[in-house]
Write a protein that binds this ligand. Sequence first.
Ligand SMILES: [Zn+2]
Length: 365
Amino acid sequence: MRYGRTVNPAEHQLHYPQREPPATGTVVWLRPGLGWLRMPLPFALDHINLWLLDDELDGTRGWTVVDCGITSEATQAAWRQVFDSAFAGRPLLRVIATHFHPDHLGLAHWLCAGADGRGWAPRLWMSATEYAFGRFLTTADAQRAGESAAAHFARHGLSDADSLAKVRARGVGYFPKLVPAVPLVYRRIQDGDELAIGPHGAKRLWRATMGYGHSPEHVSLFCADERLLVAGDMVLPRISTNVSVWDSEPEANPLPRYLRSLDHHLMQPADTLVLPSHGLPFTGLHTRVAQQHAHHAARLEEVFAACAEPRSAAQIVPVLFRRELDLHQLTFALGEALAHLHALWYDGRVRRSLGADGIYCFAQA
Ligand SMILES: [Zn+2]
């Protein structure tokens, strides 16, 4: 989740070699030892892709999975089907989470605890920042998230009491419901680490690249030998990656960091098969990076033009999203509007002022 749902108008420039996604609980084998799974999500964005890799650790043949799905009956049922139909009796050896968002990290606690007593003890692999965030959000402290989010959105112009009450209510327990626990032990992934994945004698190196702007320290994995990129949420073919300013870091400037992160992928071959967390595997990596740059450059100019008069982030939302939004979408849209305003603010193109009403406004400098 966490997406501004701007659908890519130039999706036809990308190529989809495999247009049939796996049915729930089944695996589509994209290459020998590389499986594609889909888990359901109860949101407008209704699925997440996971990647299953044939592996061997400490002399034991088994599986590595990238990302987990949320904690739900439906996801656990789908996993059980996969264990029975695709695992060939082998254990899960490690769980790699690209970032802390619930659809990616949700079931790590269950998988790492052996998934209904299957006797496995796979290790969770993550970047340190994502791991810490996920752990924090399952603590009692994080129960105040709703209050903090409501104050943040109010400062940026969300004024109607009903919406603010809903933001407050939703924040309580929202994350722990989807991610009730995070494993107490993990293995850290750092930028540039090379993970050797595969059976003995056929190991492939997957290089970790950190991505910023969508989440604190998102891990993508690139395999040069196979020209494969596990892109997580950083490069999606159909919808734009959500880049937002959230209440936990209200002065953040995530948009330039996101765009700079994307540029790392231009060093990878143009014909790399991209494995995104949402949508279909695709080729056209460099094209998609260029599309995202063009998309945000155009949005920045629209936001700048709207700031001819002082505007709050809430007043910018209709400039960026020309349709009705439900409350959930509105909070993401506000976060995105603020990300664009902050990019202009940090560039000195707009200035920020705090009104007597306690609301921040941005106007052309
Ligand atoms: Zn995400």
